[in-house]
Design a protein around this ligand. Structure first.
Ligand code: COA
Length: 248
């Protein structure tokens, strides 16, 4: 396991802590590969009955590493971001998120795959794909309108407005709010409750509630085809260059 993701397994709960606080826990290739490996192992590990995602250092994650996006053309090959979001969509055990600070891009879209989400009221959620010349990923083009309605989806995906943890709670994306220092504790308490339940009944119920993941997986592939093309576009390359040239 990379030190960019810390894994802790106890009481039937696998806690995966994004651990790159100096980069706001942005997911680079190494982070994605570590997360995929941890989830793959958890799938067949009877000692794991629920997974909790959280970020170290006060932020959830600033999303995909923009340097990896920038280098994508120069360093072609497989893109583990895609495998990660597909792993999430197909994962059958309950997933819980503890969100504080920044949750940008996949930091917000991955929450739509989680069963329970806890957040600090001042958490900052944002899906700025279009401002980068990109399109939504992780099935967000399907899941955000489904879960929030088209008006909100247009506001958060097309306008790219950010929203707070408190607003996400009011919108039904977040189950409960807690101060940032207590969010993980709240998420762990819920995960331990889930982990104590009959696992087969839990997984079957979850699947009934969510339906066959095939539709979401197909949408993720459709998004990915457009996303890859967009990454090579002059607009996206300019926007990425502007991020790295921003005044500090
Ligand atoms: N990819 C790579 N590095 C990132 C990053 C990302 N997504 N987000 C933040 N970082 C890095 C910054 O470059 C900076 O590194 P440096 O100190 O070596 O320059 C460090 O993390 C801290 O970020 P900074 O921008 O100084 O913090 P901030 O509090 O002013 O702003 C954000 C936080 C999240 C609002 C801002 O960093 C941001 O907008 N990041 C990009 C988010 C994004 O677009 N994600 C992808 C969506 S598809």
């Amino acid at each position: 396991m990379s030190d960019k993701v810390l894994a802790l397994k106890d009481y039937g709960v696998l806690q995966l802590l994004f651990n790159r606080p100096e980069k706001k826990n942005a997911f680079d290739r190494e982070t994605y590969l570590a997360l995929i490996a941890a989830l793959d192992a958890a799938r067949s590990d009877d000692a794991v009955r629920a997974v909790v995602f959280a970020g170290a250092g006060g932020d959830f994650t600033a999303g995909n590493d923009l340097a990896d996006f920038r280098d994508f053309l120069e360093r072609p090959g497989d893109f583990p971001a895609l495998a990660f979001v597909k792993t999430l969509a197909a994962f059958e055990k309950p997933m819980i998120a503890a969100v504080a600070g920044d949750a940008v891009g996949v930091g917000t879209t991955m929450l739509f795959h989680c069963d329970l989400v806890y957040a600090s009221p001042d958490a900052r959620l944002r899906m700025p794909f279009i401002d980068l010349g990109l399109v939504p990923e992780a099935g967000a083009s399907l899941l955000v309108p489904q879960r929030m309605g088209m008006a909100r989806a247009s506001q958060y995906l097309l306008l790219g407005d950010g929203f707070s943890g408190a607003e996400a709670h009011a919108l039904g994306l977040v189950n409960a709010l807690a101060p940032s220092e207590s969010v993980l504790e709240m998420a762990m308490a819920a995960a331990e409750k889930l982990a104590a339940k009959p696992p087969a009944a839990l997984m079957a119920s979850r699947r009934l509630m969510r339906g066959d993941p095939a539709d979401i997986l197909a949408r993720i592939d459709a998004e990915a085809a457009l996303f890859a093309k967009a990454l090579a576009s002059p607009t996206t390359r300019q926007r990425l260059a502007a991020f790295f040239a921003r005044p500090k």
